[in-house]
Design a protein around this ligand. Sequence first.
Ligand code: NIG
Ligand code: FE
Length: 420
Amino acid sequence: VTREVDFLLTGAGQLVTCDPGLGEGPLGLVDGGVVAAAGGTVVYAGPRAGLPDLEVAAGAVRLDAGGRAVLPGFVDAHTHLVFAGDRADEFAARLRGTGYEESLAAGGGIHRTVRETRAASDAELEAGAAGRLARAARHGTTTLEAKSGYGLTVEDERRSLEVLARLAARSPVELVPTFLGAHLVPAEYADDRAAYLDLLEREMLPACAPLAEFVDAFCDRGALTVQESRRVLKAGARHGLKGKLHANELGSTGGAAVAAEFGCVSADHLLFCDQREARALAGAGTVAVLLPGTSFLLRTGRAAPVQVLREAGVTMALGTDCNPGTCYCESMQLVIALACVHGGLTPEEAVLAATGGAAAALGRAGRAGRLGPGAACDLVVLEGRSYLDLAYHLGVNLAAAVVKGGTVIAGEGAPAEVGT
Ligand code: NIG
Ligand code: FE
């Protein structure tokens, strides 16, 4: 039987399938590759010679990669997309020596963004998030996790997730929403932290859980304790939310162990993680989401202990952590470069972490972050001959064309309203 396809990409000098079964090495590399898709799903990805007998539909999307490299669309496993205001002054103060935790303790930091987010209109919140999402897409991101967490009232947390739902309906990028009402105990509950968790459990979760897929908590020094984080994860699970946890970013505070104990889908940051914790994560199947943009910009001189994670066999993922405080960045390309030069990953590990690993961190392994039969036809045509350019050719946008579900959404051949 001849299958009809509505998408055909030819001329990939290097097709990076991120599926070792489909090509050479850990990235499953294929020389002279083609990708064919129908209805947004890949039906063939491999060498030209192996292309099955296919009928290309009239009006199909046809792309010629012209010898350039082609990769799966990037999956950004961790962002704080919805917020108002900016903290450029705080960033500058940090460069002059004021610590991140110092600003937070003084009522700045996350507290400040919470004030500005609460004061913003729905339209302002949506416009800000939409701009960031469009920039992410232009840099090759086709699936992106996004958290609430700057509202910290029932209404403002729900509003943040509603912004994401509206964006998801109109943006070609697939959004994965996470409820982070436990980003911090807001200032007005500083003297009665348990009362805030009561509110989160009794009112926020019922209002927000239908709009989210994951629940997350900032389990760290100056944020939530291990006990408080346990309570949030447990309550989230009762509402059908899978777990994620901001763990061990600022200190060795036990978050990684909690993530493993709850079988969280991911534990994020992990600047501090010992062998025992890494083994627990591996045993629980919890993915380590590394955020090298954040550790780089915090200038702590520390990155997540990759060798410990590697030895324990923990699956690694990458995210931008796009947020107004620690890392204002939408580019997974830059994150891949930083993962290599600052984070200690090999280029192959970094590319896998930004695709298949990140998809696993979002419960989408196999479907996103891979170019093979059954996967979403999400891809990036790279302005370069090899995936190595992502770490080597620094600081410019190398996404020549970005495809989501078989449609060009940015770069060459994109319709004007989503392109450029
Ligand atoms: O992942 N760690 C908690 N949340 C963010 C920072 C948020 C902020 O500073 O606004 C992070 O780094
Ligand atoms: Fe974060």
